[in-house]
Design a binder for this molecule. Structure first.
Ligand code: CO
Ligand code: ZN
Length: 333
């Protein structure tokens, strides 16, 4: 499982350019699904379950996003430095000295001119990517080329660290839940979505196409367990979180109850999540067509949207068990 997580997190796939990670996931789920297809926005839709609905059959959509935050070139100056803007929530204080890689394989270092006050964080417009070029002649990068953070996956035993843990850890949980799901009364659609980091766009179109009875997303949530963090209760290692509210969505209370009941019945640890900012694919799923009851299973994650996002293996394993339990039995909302 960690081998697969290493492959998932180290694969280059910023929003809108998810084909590489989609290939990794497709190869992994091939033998596990009843049907696999890719829709117009690039979402990978993986179905499992009966084709003829029984009396307990619900159409359930589970979304985990494949894309990661990234950068996009806006200008290459005469000395070969690449100016850039962001794809998704990339913050300037995460960048200086960090490394990126472009889609064509070109590596680069993000930096800025020496600062008057070295303790300041410059705006992104003041930064550049140095790819080792000395002019803009025969430069490997064109306007519009995209880049992603370049960092290796690290396995520290219980804790694991990587770039794009948001949301490749959700993709891993979905893949492993599909693998472990032996029998389900439901028509289950695991959707590996595109363009979440730029506004949950892939989830919007895939949910419209699937027209689910209910659903949930699997995504990371923030952490509350560093020394001075107050006002947000969330611990790495104390269980996956059942989302009640985030910055863009109120989970359907019936979905929250279903998740809490299932966790307790199966003696799985869980945390209750009220996240102040941010949202997930579930927001789009909830608002599609005439509306869908949704929630979210969250993986507590430190340093979200940095090049070093950290999760706890116990939370990952318990999230997989919770999702398998949710999908194995009839749902009574
Ligand atoms: Co994110
Ligand atoms: Zn995410």
């Amino acid at each position: 499982m960690k081998e697969l997580l290493k492959k998932l997190t180290e694969t280059f796939s910023p929003s809108g350019y998810e084909s590489a990670v989609r290939d990794v996931i497709r190869a992994e789920v091939k033998g596990l699904a009843d049907d696999i297809r890719v829709d117009a926005l690039g979402n990978l839709i993986v179905r499992k379950g009966p084709t003829k609905p029984g009396k307990n059959t619900k159409r359930i959509m589970i979304a985990a996003h494949m894309d990661e935050i990234g950068l996009i070139a806006t200008h290459v100056d005469e000395n070969g430095f690449v100016r850039f803007t962001t794809i998704g929530g990339v913050y300037p204080n995460m960048l200086l000295g960090g490394r990126v890689r472009f889609a064509n394989g070109t590596p680069g270092v993000m930096h800025t001119e020496p600062l008057d006050k070295p303790t300041d964080t410059p705006a992104i417009e003041k930064m550049f990517i140095d790819v080792g070029a000395t002019s803009n002649k025969n430069h490997p990068i064109k306007i519009g080329d995209v880049a992603a953070f370049e960092r290796p996956f690290m396995d520290w035993g219980e804790r694991m660290v990587a770039k794009s843990m948001d949301d490749r850890i959700g993709c891993l949980v979905a893949i492993e839940a599909l693998r472990a799901l032996k029998d389900t009364p439901h028509e289950v659609y695991f959707v590996f979505t595109t363009q979440e980091e730029v506004g949950t766009r892939g989830a919007e179109t895939s949910a419209y196409g699937i027209d689910p009875d209910l659903g949930f997303s699997i995504d990371v949530t923030a952490w509350g367990d560093t020394p001075n963090r107050k006002g947000f209760e969330m611990y790495l290692g104390k269980g996956p979180a059942i989302k009640i509210k985030d910055g863009g969505m109120l989970s359907d209370p019936r979905i929250v109850d279903w998740m809490v009941r299932t966790a307790e019945k199966n003696k799985l640890p869980y945390q209750r999540e009220v996240l102040l900012g941010g949202t997930t694919d579930a927001r789009s799923m909830q608002l599609v067509r005439a509306g869908v009851p949704v929630g979210c299973v969250s993986i507590p994650c430190r340093y979200v949207h940095s090049p070093s996002e950290m999760v706890d293996s116990k939370d990952v394993n318990n999230a997989i068990k919770l999702i398998v339990a949710l999908l194995s039995n009839p749902v009574q909302l």
